[in-house]
Design a protein around this ligand. Sequence first.
Ligand SMILES: C[S@@+](CC[C@H](N)C(=O)[O-])C[C@H]1O[C@@H](n2cnc3c(N)ncnc32)[C@H](O)[C@@H]1O
Length: 325
Amino acid sequence: MVYGFWVSRCLQIMAELGIADIIGDVPKTAEELAEASGTHAPSLRRMLRLLSGLGVLVKDESNQRWGLTEMGEMLREDNPGSVYGSLRAHGLLLSWQAWGDLANSLKTGQPSLEKFMGTSFFDYMRTHADVAAIFNNSMAAYQTLNAPAVVNAYDFSRTRSICDVGGGTGMLLAHILQANPGVRGAVFEMPHVAIETRQRLAEQSLAERCEVLEGDFFVRIPEGYDTYILSQILHDWDDERSLRILQNIRASMRPDSRLLIVETVLPGDNVNHFGNLYDMAMLVVVGGRERTHAEYAELLEKAGMKLANVHPTTMPPSVVEAVVA
Ligand SMILES: C[S@@+](CC[C@H](N)C(=O)[O-])C[C@H]1O[C@@H](n2cnc3c(N)ncnc32)[C@H](O)[C@@H]1O
């Protein structure tokens, strides 16, 4: 635990330099890798040795070439569902600055990242296309693994229309629509994200079945869908702002509509759970929080809804199903 962040940093820098993609399917010498990545060969070689000990790389002693192991393949950008996107997003210097200032978040309850960005996380994304692209790509890559788990965990057979609120680049909804041909959908997003969402849905031949609607979920949410999705949205916000989003959804729901909240549900104290770690990230980065079953039930009740069911998935998030109270 003490030295874990050194390992994370080496993996993040390996992703930033594109080492796994430079190696690709053809093992390379340290000198070839250094030249292609613009690094100092003797120093890079030391990191390659560390990563080979960790099982990410393997060196062929006969020809001095470094190749990727099965785990190393998970660092390639061109491998859908790899951790490349997460490594890039969490590897941003801004992210390291924010975690370095964790004590500030613990003392104030405020996200320390705001100090370094000079504004809130989502505001910064609006005006910094380079960082927004890294963030949106990491969310889309994550959905390569997460969306099939959601599709398997929830029965969409009675669903006809879905609005994915804050649906990002649309990759979760795309998986649901591909698996359920009778369903039509809409992604509701901020205008600067919506541009890419339209492109990605068109690439998947879903432009006809899936609209992209622009707006602000704190103001108004499109009406009349039988299913609403909030995937990794409520964990970005404190209770007050989460309640506002839920109330806006409640105002747009029909009496028979359902809300599916795709979030990690914390098991409580004395349990080693990935969600507890992510909860700290939410504190530092956006000022949000992960929640327990009881906390979701309470928030939903305040918004005029009732927690009906929790469907676990094979990934950390569950599908928390809510209906009109
Ligand atoms: C953590 S991402 C989740 C994306 C997607 N739902 C997923 O699970 O992959 C949060 C999303 O909320 C969107 N968002 C943030 N503030 C918003 C607002 N006020 N109105 C609409 N969307 C917003 C962001 O653009 C971003 O795509």
